[in-house]
Design a protein around this ligand. Structure first.
Ligand code: SF4
Length: 528
């Protein structure tokens, strides 16, 4: 019986162009060297079915496995309260919190901060497919999960710190505090005065009322529904902007009502100075980092642009999260104030910061203003009985007021305008002053401030302070550069706070993976 021959694609061409019975060997060699090489065709248009072993989609030491394992250690019961799908009842089962948390943690670590992007990645990215078991989690579920569980998320952050602490990664011997500005989801030109916001709110309310009066048929179309939703959201944001004006008024932070502006996109954002010197709508993210392994031990998003008032609050958060206060706190010049120095002294936390030497600055400014040494303030004589000074020309400088600045309190004294403007030595005493009499300041330094200043002159304290930048700025760098969180994707202080918390707990889990996690295979090998 003759065997059946199956012609494979490509073989026919080969048989036409080459026969083993053709010519001599040298002729064949010549022909072969003249023919073009043949390569496997790549067909990217084809559709095919393939068997996938989900477990083998990613390597044994892949970060997604570590995240899944780590999240599996945590008590996630705080998330189960709102799950409506329960066993024994009909309906679609919910996605388990362990999966949604793992997806967000893995995504933030890859620089992905959008729920829609995660949904798309679930369709083709092996790591996301491994996490979901090759299913797709929709963007709405992911988006809601990220910002709907404030208390549970805070609890999760604390639990993660507990795991890291038990693994010896946190010591609380030295904690750095630093603030970083992250841009809000608001444009610089979205800021409006109260008057304009009130007008816009009235228009928005009228538009919403008009839509409410439309017939069901008119509003049933998808586009109309989307428009209706957008108008309601705009009305809500404008209402929040009015609330924000009220809050600013109650705080007494409005100096000029006409000049005060609030964003209509994210009313709780504030215009803050950026590291590049510019200004942009932002939030101030306060981060406390344990120096032992650069673990973030506390985080809070605040609306204040400066850091002076954030030090004690930061240490309170550390205590809340870990049950104890650090032995030492290191922070930059933005945190050095009399109040903070005194507060740290009272709470028993050693404060390390930059040197503050006001005397040096004063000397420099005399030279800059052209004041002769015989007219420096040290040459003026204080008279306690009348609480005034006598200048070298015998004129009186009376008490004018008190000034508080960073680490110092000073009392200002001023001479009569008529005495100075007609004085023969004015060009040596106050050459630039064409309007008033000469003033001098009597400074008062608290014992705590003097102690801090002396300590920061020692090499030991300076050496500790030099560590600050690297340790404190490491998490900020990771969050902004690696996780891509240079701008929040959500709006409002509460949601922004949760996004910052997601980024920080992702960072902490990454520290644990780097320093403690060993893939199962490696553990088994090590045990042999
Ligand atoms: S300028 Fe005024 S303060 Fe200075 S020496 Fe003359 S009178 Fe005194």
């Amino acid at each position: 019986m003759e065997s059946e021959q199956v012609m494979l694609p490509g073989l026919a061409w080969a048989q036409q162009s080459y026969s083993p019975t053709d010519g001599a060997a040298s002729d064949r060699d010549e022909e072969e060297s003249a023919a073009k090489p043949r390569y496997e065709a790549i067909d990217r248009e084809q559709l095919f079915w393939r068997t996938i072993n989900v477990e083998r989609l990613i390597a044994p030491d892949h970060a997604a496995r570590a995240i899944w394992e780590f999240v599996g250690k945590l008590d996630l019961s705080g998330y189960s309260g709102e799950v409506r799908a329960v066993e024994g009842k009909a309906g679609r089962p919910a996605w388990e919190p362990r999966l949604l948390i793992s997806l967000w943690v893995y995504a933030y670590g890859q620089g992905v901060g959008s729920a829609r992007a995660i949904e798309e990645l679930c369709e083709w990215d092996p790591a996301y497919q491994w996490l979901t078991g090759a299913s797709v989690v929709n963007a709405h579920t992911l988006s809601d999960f990220r910002v709907k569980h404030d208390a549970a998320l805070n609890g999760l952050f604390v639990q993660i710190l507990g795991v890291l602490s038990a693994d010896g990664l946190i010591t609380l011997e030295r904690v750095m505090q630093d603030g970083t500005k992250i841009r809000a989801s608001a444009a610089s030109d979205s800021f409006r005065s109260k008057e304009r916001v009130e007008r816009a709110l009235q228009q928005a309310q009228e538009q919403v009322e008009a839509v409410d009066e439309m017939s069901e048929e008119e509003t049933s179309r998808r586009a109309a529904k989307a428009r209706q939703r957008a108008q309601r959201e705009r009305e809500e944001r404008l209402g929040l902007a009015i609330e924000e004006f009220k809050k600013l008024e109650a705080e007494g932070s409005i100096k000029d009502k006409k000049k005060t502006r609030v964003s209509t996109s994210d009313p709780q954002a504030r215009v803050m100075k950026q590291p590049d010197g510019g200004f942009a709508p932002s939030y101030n993210v306060q981060v406390n980092t344990d120096a032992a392994n650069a673990v973030i031990v506390a985080v809070e998003v605040v609306q204040a642009g400066n850091d002076f008032e954030q030090l004690t609050a930061g240490l309170d958060r550390v205590e809340h999260n870990l049950g104890e206060t650090p032995a030492q706190v290191v922070a930059d010049g933005g945190y050095v104030s009399r109040d903070n120095i005194v507060e740290m002294k009272l709470s028993g936390v050693e404060f390390i910061g930059p040197q503050c030497d006001e005397a040096g600055k004063g000397q420099g400014s005399y030279e800059g203003r052209g004041v002769s040494p015989q007219y420096h303030s040290s040459q003026f004589v204080y008279e306690a009985a009348s609480d005034s000074y006598r200048c070298p020309q015998g004129k009186r400088l009376s008490y004018e007021g008190k000034e508080e600045r960073h680490t110092q309190v000073s009392y200002r004294y001023r001479a009569q305008r008529s005495d100075c403007q007609g004085c023969a030595v004015k060009s040596q005493c106050c050459p630039g002053n064409q309007v008033t009499g000469r003033s001098i300041h009597r400074s008062e330094e608290l014992a705590e401030v003097a102690e801090f200043r002396h300590k920061m002159q020692t090499e030991e304290a300076r050496k500790i302070y030099r560590q600050r930048a690297q340790i404190a700025e490491t998490p900020n760098l990771w969050i902004k550069a690696k996780f891509g969180l240079r701008q929040f994707s959500v709006r409002g202080l509460s949601k922004v706070g949760m996004e910052a918390l997601w980024a920080c707990l992702t960072y902490n889990i990454r520290v644990w993976i780097r320093l403690r996690w060993r893939p199962l295979g490696e553990v088994a090998t090590a045990a042999v």
